[in-house]
Write a protein of this length. Structure first.
Length: 654
RNA sequence: GCGUCCGUGGCGCAACUGGAUAGCGCAUCGGUCUUCGGAACCGAGGGUUGCAGGUUCGAAUCCUGCCGGGCGUGCCA
């Protein structure tokens, strides 16, 4: 049910033959922010003031006379400078919610202009452990895929794996030199990730070691500069402030980098075995890069190892996806596009878009100072090259109307360049969108790490959330009070899993995707406030009351229950339910899942209010009881569907 | 330096893309009900939306300039 566009159309019609392009004004019909102004409000009279050279209140008056709303609304009211306040008729609400309750699609229509979306999300690096940074892209991308599909679009979920990068050189080198055969035999995934971490630690150590003295010199310089600025202030107070701040900032930044270097050095220096390896394998980074280059060049031995490692690492990645309930249609990694790269570069050179500069092949774009480099001076290709090849491939094979890249905001400039270049290559009729998102931060406001400073593996993170959920939700006293004492251990574990994973997802999705957010498991699994658990609980409550009613309520039977809107809380709940489709459309307008989370939360709140104020099983009359049960049922369906579109599961009891 | 995003009650975030008295959740304080599973409901305090101008009927939102911060910035992804 699209209430908003229904109202907008009516107003647009009312303007036909009165103003030019009536369509452009209809978006000024919006949901009322304040309930005292009705359910919806039309704000167009004010902006038509100059167009019609008339007093806005007069315009509003005339609009009200022209607009055809009798079947939907009560008599519109004009307020303030020319606001038109609209209030839906109760009969209309009751009629529509009755339709919603018996419809598996909850009266959400399938798009008439169905489009094909390619959504590029998750994209972990094979052979590197997944961590908290992969949650956002995976969860946001998955939610968008689910919502767009539900709205009737064709969605191609493509996991653009990093399976061809420098990390392979590192594990190839590490595998040859550091592997523990018995461990690899028994637990290849764990052993591979141990090998990767070992090489990475040594790389970090060896790179940091020579940089430390330089950094200390820099620190001394920066401190001296600061001292000079402090000692001999600029006469201009403003200049002085600026200089002081710049000097302090540079001290701080050098200090930061020194502490970074120190921690990398410490990580190896404090572990004798590692230190020994580091000394026995000088220049390990260079050696690893060499292995990568050999692999790219087609070296049989290295490719054989690549073939061996990829499935092992995918096992781990897939298990994380299973747990998160995320699926892809395609998993074309970088390696898939590798054979196409030289062709891309050749075509760009031939068409004059790319040329050589300082040994590298570059695409210069007017909009940017720095070029997009597509081939390094040593002949290697870059991620720009792969991304261009990927666009070519997708355009040819999927013919999408839109390609969405769910990637963090730091790559913003890369995508801007990529899109400009793609346009120049002739791909003009496709929406290219960088659905960017902010960083996941730890308690201290810096990118999320464990106490020891390393990034925490995703599986451990999920375990922690599930444990926290179990502690809160499956507390014995609580279960006792809720009449759930007989739940088996298996059931409580399953509930904790659903709640824990849902908590992480909800916390992520409910934050505006463009901003950073602090990752705090304890807050996420809270039962009070705006959390996934609260929503799941409200769903369970709808289940509980319906079960108690012993009415065998279902989509087939609920149609027989007539709806009465006796109380304000009922009416508000119904209006909320009917706004589901408008919210979904709004959610994909700019690809903000938080629009949907905010709606589901407000629906749950509204249900809680209704539940508090309107007795259901103890309703005064049988008709009222049935009506309210039908509202519980409709709420249950919308909550379930809404959460499902976010990738969040529900349980009937918790 | 340049580019880009951001600054909203103590904290974490909204505000339907320019609408009416800026909302919500934590936290704090008070109240309701002998519960349809208190994870409930109602109420209170707390804000000059970083600052200063401008645009107009109207600005948290648009423009300009400051102040403060994140991120990016030619051969990593």
């Amino acid at each position: 049910m699209q209430i908003l566009s229904l109202l907008q159309e009516r107003f647009s019609h009312a303007l036909d033959g009165w103003v030019e392009n009536p369509e452009q004004y209809k978006q000024q019909v919006v949901e009322a922010r304040d309930a005292r102004h009705g359910d919806y409000q039309a704000n167009l009279a004010m902006s038509l003031k100059n167009v019609l050279s008339k007093n806005p209140r007069e315009i509003a008056q005339e609009l009200v006379e022209r607009v055809e709303l009798d079947d939907i609304c009560l008599q519109p009211e004009i307020a303030g400078p020319g606001f038109i306040n609209l209030r839906l008729k109760d009969e209309f609400l009751a009629e529509q919610v009755a339709k919603l309750a018996v419809d598996p699609r909850l009266t959400v229509s399938e798009a008439t202009d169905s489009k094909t979306f390619v959504i590029d999300y998750s994209s972990p690096n094979v052979a590197k452990p997944m961590h908290v940074g992969h949650i956002r892209t995976t969860v946001i991308g998955d939610a968008l895929a689910r919502i767009l599909r539900f709205l009737g679009h064709d969605v191609i979920a493509d996991n653009h794996l990093g399976d061809w990068g420098t990390q392979f050189g590192m594990i190839i080198y590490g595998y040859r030199n550091f592997r523990d055969d018995a461990a690899f035999e028994q637990q290849p995934v764990a052993e591979l990730s141990r090998i990767y971490r070992t090489v990475q630690a040594i790389v970090g150590y060896q790179a940091a070691l020579p940089k430390l003295p330089e950094a200390e010199v820099k620190l001394a310089e920066a401190q001296e500069t600061l001292a000079v600025v402090e000692a001999s202030p600029d006469e201009d107070a403003k200049q002085q402030k600026k200089k002081l701040k710049a000097a302090k900032r540079s001290v701080r930044s050098v200090e930061d980098s020194i502490s970074g270097l120190n921690s990398k050095i410490q990580a190896v220096a404090s572990a004798p075995e590692l230190l020994k390896l580091a000394e026995g394998h000088p220049e390990i980074e260079k050696r690893s890069q060499l292995e990568t280059a050999k692999m790219h060049a087609g070296d049989a031995a290295n490719l054989e190892l690549w073939e061996k490692f990829v499935p092992i690492s995918m096992e781990e990645i897939d298990s994380a996806y299973r747990r998160l309930g995320v699926e892809f249609d395609y998993t074309y990694g970088e390696s898939f596009y590798h054979p196409m790269l030289s062709g891309v570069v050749e075509r760009l050179k031939d068409s004059g878009l790319a040329r050589e500069d300082k040994g590298a092949i570059c695409v210069f774009l007017d909009e940017f100072e720095t070029p997009m480099i597509i081939q390094k001076s040593d002949g290697a290709f870059l991620y720009s090259t792969t991304d261009l090849a990927t666009i070519e491939y997708r355009m040819e094979h999927f013919k999408p109307d839109a390609i969405l890249y769910v990637v963090d905001h730091r790559q913003g400039e890369h995508f801007e360049k990529l899109f400009v270049a793609a346009r120049k290559m002739g791909y003009r009729d496709v929406e290219l969108q960088h659905v960017s998102f902010g960083t996941v931060l730890g308690e201290d406001g810096t990118p999320f790490k464990t106490r020891s400073g390393t990034v925490m593996g995703l599986d451990l993170l999920l375990d922690e959330a599930v444990q926290a959920a179990h502690a809160v939700v499956c507390d014995e006293e609580r279960l006792e009070k809720g009449g759930l004492a007989e739940l088996s251990k298996e059931e409580t574990l399953r509930i904790a899993e659903t709640v824990g994973i849902g908590a992480i997802k909800y916390a992520d999705l409910s934050h505006n995707r463009t901003s950073d957010y602090k990752f705090n498991i304890k807050e996420m699994v809270q039962l009070a406030g705006e959390t996934g658990a609260y929503l799941q609980y409200m769903y369970a409550r709808t289940c509980s009351i319906i079960a108690r009613s012993e009415t065998n309520l279902s989509m087939e039977t609920v149609g027989g229950f007539e709806i009465y809107l006796a109380e304000q809380a009922e009416r508000d709940l119904v209006l909320k339910l009917l706004q589901f489709e408008d919210v979904l459309l709004n959610t994909v307008e700019e690809y903000y899942p938080s629009v949907l989370t905010a709606y589901i939360y407000s629906l749950a709140k509204q249900f809680a209010l209704f539940f508090d104020q309107c007795p259901v099983l103890k309703a005064e009359t049988r008709e009222l009881k049935e009506s309210r049960l039908a509202l519980c049922f409709a709420t249950q369906q919308v909550l379930k569907q809404g959460l499902e579109l976010l990738g969040i599961g529900v349980v009937p009891r918790m």
